[in-house]
Each structure stands twice: as structure tokens, then as C-alpha cells.
Write a protein that binds this ligand. Structure first.
Ligand code: GDP
Length: 462
């Protein structure tokens, strides 16, 4: 896994842009760049200080490829911890490719996915969970997931885990020391203190494990199924929420037969809205397929929004009540928002009747925008944001979650061992296991396969 090659990759997205950045890292990064870069002031790149920027040209023999800015970072003061040169060139794909090819011909190798960050990890610039946060940060597309990734990149919970692991390691050594003095029957490790530490570790692990449910949902967007028969205004509502005309709005009933998925950010949380065809019984075959699909979508969603057209249902509110009951009976645990749309068409008596007969109904006019804001508030309230508000650490990574679960399992065994006065040699085995799983999170315990899996998910150039 570790090698001494000097690697290069495009750090900016491929395609045309105002500028593009190529990143070179490795022991020959500066010497190779010095050969291909001609400073306008005649400066030699090899003689420049770290963290300096130089104007000049990338030259292929006599041919000038582009005017560029070159930044020099000397090891260990760089992202990877190696010598790094960043070339900011003009953003034409042709120029990017020409420079890339030139460097490849002169001794660089194309970087693998995530190889810059892998090197940063191997050189002790980041721990493993911080490296993983880099990938999350790049893919974060809403305020909440960005916040979580930033927190993890700054060290987040891995420093807390590392500290607890350190303390556990001390006890492990004491207990193993006792084994050497088995005949004398001594106890170096104070069992009361040890038990207190184990309880503290359990507490932290449990909190982090619980945060995963919230974290995972935030990272991937909260799925919300919008249920309502054709023409009640689902697409109009989505558009109002999205603030753009993405879904097709039409006056012909049943135009929203296919499900449309759209993600929007409300209060910094990503919501994934799933448009459905409603659950009203019908003889139309296409529509009945739609009903089946609707139930599947409710099943997959975290929250259900039941939307109906109040203007044409006001004389038939029993039908609406019936459908609401149907959803409630089928999914009693799932949060359900009941929304009466098109209230702009109702008079005051009708509005009063509506509120009387449908318990907890939200009033909405997707067309005028009335009630959209209070709807977004209600949605946010339904989601447990407690952890986010309190700035608590949130686990979003499945690998961490797995390791935390395994660590907790082992810690439980250790705790029971203390209670039962288990012999030191047996206890030592459980402690070693717990240490192993805790170390997996921070990268204090790694293997090539694990690293390979993590970094393969990165994009090239990161
Ligand atoms: P969908 O089939 O449930 O997606 O319904 P659409 O969003 O396509 O809306 C059907 C029709 O109802 C369109 O002509 C909309 O302009 C209209 N509509 C939607 N919301 C409202 C509303 O709040 N008030 C009124 N008056 N018309 C609405």
C-alpha cells in the first residue's frame, strides 16, 4: 500500500472552468515540476521556500503549454505530509490533459482514488475518521451533513475514543501484569476505578451508537412520502417547496402516475420528497398499480404527508377520514402530516367544518403559498433534531457504527467480568477485543484491506 511514487491528479472537476488545479505529491514532486516549469523571474523551483507561489509557464521542450501559478509545499508541511506542488492552470480540458500527460511522461504516476488522503493518513496528518470525513465533506450537500463532516474532520469523536482507549490500555497492562504475579494473588488494577472507566466507555459508546440513526438520515436525506389522489396539488406543493418548476403541473387528473423524487433542504436538513399517486380505490388498472406503489413508498419513508383537495372534498370529508384511518392503521408508528390544500377556494364556514372534522389538519394553499412555511416547521419538528441542536457528536459512517457496536459488546463482557470477579487472564481477552474495535475507528488498528475499502470510495485527486 505504501510506495514512493510521485503521483499526480486533477484536483478540480474535469471539464472546462476558469481555472483548474493539478496536484503533484511525492519525493520528486518538486524536481519534476522544476524541470517543466519556467518562472518568469528565472527562479529555480527547487530553491524556493515552502508555502510560496510562483508565476511562470509549463513548458514541453520549447513549447509553452500554459501560463500557470505554481504553489510549493515542502514536507512535512503539506496536505499529504510529502512534497506537494499545486499547479493552477487555465481550465480548458485540453490544457489540463496536456499538462497531466507531460508530468506522466516525466516520472509521475496517475494517483489512485483517495491516494492523496491515504498518504496524509499514513504520514500521520489525519486519523482515519478524519480522512473519511474529507470524503463526507466533499459530498455534503446540505447544512446539517456539512456540519457533521466538519466536526468529524476537526477530530470529532475520534479524539474522545482515542483518549478512552488509552485509559483502557493502561488497565489492560495492569491486569496483564497481575498475570505475571498470579501466585502472589495481587491486584494492581483497582477494580472500582476500572469499573468506573468501563461504565464511562459504555456510556459514550451508547450515545454514539444512538446518534447513528439521526446521523444516517441527515446524511442521506429524510424520505417523505407525499400521498394524495391525482390533482390535489402534490406537484404544486413540491414546486412551492422546491421553488422551481421541476415536477409537471397539469389540470388532467392522474398525471402524476410516476413517482418523482426530489431533495430539498429545509432548515439545513435534507428532505427527500417522494411524490406518489395516492390511495383512492379505482377501477383503472394503471391507477391500482399506483396505489400499490404508494404503499411501498410510505413503507420506505420516514414521514408521510397526506394531502387532499379541500375544495372538492369538503362535501365528502368521510372519504378523507377513511383514507387517513387506512394509513394510520397500516403504519401506526409513522409520523403523519394531514394537509388540506386549495383552502383559497373555501369560505369561512367550510374552513371551520374542515378543522372540526379532520383532527390536526394543516391548512395549505400550495398555489398562493399560504401554510407552506408552517408545513416546513411541522416537518422539522417531526424529525429528532435534538442531537444536532445540542452540538453533540453524530456518527454517520457505517464502518464506525459497526466498530462501535462490537466495542460495546466487548465492553459489556468486561463489565460483567468485573462484577463476577472473572479471572484476569479471561478478562484480558475481552479487553484486548474492545481495544481492537475502538482502535479500528481511529485507525490505531488498521489493515490494508480496510484502508483499501475506505479510500476506494474517494474520487481521484482527493
Ligand atoms: P397533483 O396531480 O397532485 O400533482 O396536482 P397538481 O400539483 O398538478 O395540481 C393540480 C391542479 O390544481 C393545478 O391546476 C394546480 O394549479 C391546482 N392547484 C394546486 N394547488 C392549488 C391551490 O392551493 N389552490 C388552487 N386554487 N389550485 C391549486
Amino acid at each position: 500500500m505504501v510506495n514512493n511514487d510521485t503521483i499526480i491528479a486533477l484536483a478540480t472537476p474535469s471539464g472546462a472552468g476558469a481555472i483548474a488545479v493539478l496536484r503533484v505529491s511525492g519525493k520528486d514532486a518538486i524536481t519534476i515540476s522544476a524541470k517543466l516549469f519556467k518562472s518568469i523571474h528565472g527562479k529555480k523551483l527547487t530553491q524556493q521556500k515552502t508555502h510560496t507561489i510562483h508565476l511562470g509557464h509549463i513548458v514541453d521542450g520549447k513549447k509553452e503549454l500554459d501560463e500557470v501559478l505554481v504553489s510549493v509545499f515542502k514536507n512535512p508541511q503539506s496536505y499529504t505530509g510529502e512534497d506537494v506542488v499545486e499547479i493552477s492552470c487555465h481550465g480548458s480540458p485540453y490544457i489540463q490533459q496536456e499538462i497531466l500527460q507531460l508530468f506522466l511522461r516525466n516520472g509521475c504516476r496517475m494517483a489512485d482514488a483517495g491516494e492523496f488522503t491515504l498518504r496524509a493518513f499514513l504520514n500521520g496528518k489525519l486519523d482515519l475518521s478524519q480522512a473519511e470525513a474529507v470524503a463526507d465533506l466533499i459530498s455534503s450537500d446540505n447544512e446539517a451533513s456539512h456540519k457533521i463532516a466538519m466536526q468529524q474532520m476537526r477530530g470529532g469523536f475520534s479524539s474522545e475514543i482515542a483518549k478512552l482507549r488509552e485509559e483502557l490500555l493502561n488497565f489492560a497492562s495492569l491486569i496483564e501484569l497481575e498475570l505475571d504475579f498470579a501466585e502472589e494473588d495481587v491486584e494492581f488494577a483497582d477494580r472500582t476505578q476500572f469499573k468506573a472507566l468501563v461504565d464511562r466507555i459504555s456510556f459514550v459508546l451508547k450515545r454514539l451508537i444512538d446518534s447513528f440513526a439521526v446521523g444516517n438520515v441527515i446524511k442521506n436525506g429524510i424520505p417523505v412520502a407525499i400521498v394524495g389522489e391525482p390533482n390535489v396539488g402534490k406537484s404544486t406543493l413540491l414546486n412551492a417547496l422546491l421553488n422551481e418548476e421541476r415536477a409537471i403541473v397539469s389540470d388532467i387528473a392522474g398525471t402524476t402516475r410516476d413517482t418523482i423524487e426530489d431533495e430539498i433542504s429545509i432548515g439545513g436538513i435534507g428532505f427527500r420528497f417522494i411524490d406518489t399517486a395516492g390511495i383512492r380505490e379505482t377501477k383503472d388498472e394503471v391507477e391500482s398499480i399506483g396505489i400499490k406503489k404508494t404503499f411501498e413508498k410510505i413503507e420506505q419513508s420516514q414521514v408521510t404527508v397526506y394531502l387532499f383537495d379541500s375544495s372538492n372534498s369538503i362535501s365528502n370529508l368521510e372519504q378523507v377520514t377513511l383514507e387517513i384511518e387506512k394509513i394510520k392503521n397500516k403504519y401506526p408508528q409513522k409520523p403523519l402530516l394531514i394537509i388540506a390544500n386549495k383552502i383559497d377556494r373555501l369560505d369561512d364556514t367550510q374552513l371551520a367544518r374542515l378543522q372540526n372534522e379532520i383532527e390536526g389538519v394543516h391548512l395549505l394553499s400550495a398555489k398562493t403559498g399560504f401554510g407552506v412555511e408552517s408545513l416546513t416547521h411541522s416537518l422539522l419538528e417531526l424529525i429528532n433534531q435534538g442531537a444536532l441542536r445540542n452540538n453533540e457528536t453524530i456518527v454517520t459512517n457505517t464502518r464506525h457504527y459497526d466498530a462501535l457496536l462490537k466495542a460495546l459488546e466487548e465492553i459489556k463482557k468486561v463489565s460483567e467480568g468485573i462484577d463476577e470477579g472473572l479471572s484476569g487472564d479471561l478478562m484480558a481477552i475481552d479487553i484486548r477485543q474492545a481495544l481492537y474495535h475502538l482502535g479500528e475507528i481511529t485507525g490505531q488498528v488498521t489493515n490494508d484491506e480496510l484502508l483499501g475499502n475506505i479510500f476506494a470510495n474517494f474520487c481521484i485527486g482527493k
